[in-house]
Design a protein around this ligand. Structure first.
Ligand code: HGY
Ligand code: MN
Ligand code: MN
Length: 421
């Protein structure tokens, strides 16, 4: 093990240490040959156990909470003091890169490890959280772990089911969590000073500026829709084209209409990430088509208008083809501003580490959005190669990992509670 207490930015020891841990976490996947780690899956369990082992080796108390989050607590000078919470997520999308989410957890662990190795205590506690459900790939509603921490978890989502029909409730119980205890996960506001998240940018700005890190000012709002179109299944060989009620071709026109709408409005993005035709046989006219829509904007009013416009356009397309349409909103997160005081504190840490501070917004969603309901929040972005993410080609350098850990450690050491909070 590297003697990290003597490390300097020259040897990038913290970056190497973080990258080694990320490589270890990368092995925990539900799909061999790629990184897929869904909430409450066997791979999630293995990642949880690995994290608990790392904390145990540092002599720092850590546990799995009722919502499936891993929480480690490093006490301050006075035990039981309010905490600065630092964290990100360890669940991934399908065929993911290893840095989305995981980097933030490993960076926080590496920073706290530095304090623990020196026996350094701060005027506040530090809690490091590894959320388990940020991507929202397994169940429709996402951010359940960070919402539980913030006290905004919706118990109705316990009845949501995954593709195999397993309810969130049963999956939590099978994982060793307590669905009925999630309410108790919520932190009291006077026990939390703030929340920091380190995360890859997942975009091209830092790379274009030649910077390793950036300070996040705000996170775009997001709406997720589940669209169901129902027509009439039929024989592919016998039903004339003019007599068909083909749900999939109707969905195809709808998807193009969604793209046209988003292209027509600067600042708006819309994505159809998943589609399913049923019954899904080569010689059957699809009687049903199901697809998802992900709509984002930094302007909540623009996003809300876009959602309404999509509903109207899909309704007209479905009516013209005598297709039944059902649109369900499965996730809604308002745009979130990082707290100006925390933005300034992170910015000062970046400057103290000899780096040019750059402020930028986040097009991607993060647990930080949910935790903002509890306390002042801030994020540090880390450059990623080509801005590529949600893709196994996602890459960061050891130098940038090192810079991120150093900036985070600096920000932690110099953290001061937000005035008037
Ligand atoms: O979808 C997002 O923005 C995040 O990666 N979950
Ligand atoms: Mn993420
Ligand atoms: Mn992601």
């Amino acid at each position: 093990m590297l003697d990290l207490t003597q490390s300097t930015s020259a040897d990038r020891a913290l970056g190497h240490h973080a990258m080694e841990r990320l490589a270890e976490l990368d092995a925990f996947t539900d799909e061999p040959g790629m990184l897929t780690r869904l909430y409450l899956s066997p791979a999630h369990r293995r990642a949880v156990d690995c994290l608990l082992g790392w904390w145990r080796a540092l002599g720092i108390e850590a546990k799995l909470d009722a919502a499936g989050n891993v929480i480690a607590r490093y006490e301050g000078e006075t035990p039981g003091a309010p905490a600065l919470i630092i964290g990100s997520h360890i669940d991934t999308v399908r065929n993911a890169g290893r840095y989305d989410g995981n980097l933030g957890v490993v960076a926080a662990l590496t920073a706290v490890e530095q304090l623990a190795r020196r026996g350094e205590r701060l005027p506040f506690a530090i809690e490091v959280v590894a959320f388990g459900d940020e991507e929202g790939v397994r169940f429709p509603t996402t951010l359940s772990g960070s919402r539980a921490l913030a006290g905004t978890f919706n118990p109705a989502t316990l009845d949501e089911r995954d593709r195999d029909g397993v309810s969130r409730r049963d999956a939590l119980t099978a994982f060793g969590c307590d669905p009925d205890g999630i309410g108790a996960v919520a932190r009291k506001r006077d026990q939390v000073l703030g929340f920091l998240e380190v995360h890859i940018e997942q975009g091209p700005v830092l790379e274009s500026e030649g910077l390793p890190v950036g300070i996040v000012t705000a996170i775009n709002g997001a709406t997720r829709l589940a669209v169901q179109m129902r027509g009439t299944a039929g024989h592919a060989g016998t039903v004339p084209m003019g007599l068909r009620h083909d749900a999939l071709t109707c969905a195809a026109t709808a998807i193009v209409a969604i793209e046209e709408l988003a292209r027509s409005q600067p600042g708006l993005v819309a994505t159809v990430g998943r589609i399913e035709a049923r019954p899904g046989a080569v010689n059957v006219i699809p009687g049903e088509a199901l697809f998802t829509v992900d709509i984002r904007s930094s302007d909540d009013a623009q996003r809300t208008r876009a959602v309404a416009e999509i509903g109207a356009r899909l309704g007209a397309l479905a009516q013209a083809r005598a297709i039944a349409l059902e649109i369900t909103t499965t996730h809604e997160a308002a745009a979130c501003a990082c707290h100006p005081d925390i933005v300034s504190q992170i910015e000062a840490a970046v400057a103290r580490q000899g780096l040019r501070p750059l402020r930028l917004a986040s097009g991607a969603g993060h647990d930080t959005m949910a935790v903002a309901a509890l306390c002042p929040v801030g994020m540090l972005f880390v450059r990623c190669d080509g801005g590529i993410s949600h893709n196994p080609a996602e890459r960061i350098t050891v130098e940038d990992a090192d810079a991120a850990v150093r900036v985070l450690l600096d920000a932690i050491r110099r953290f001061r509670p937000v005035p008037g909070r």
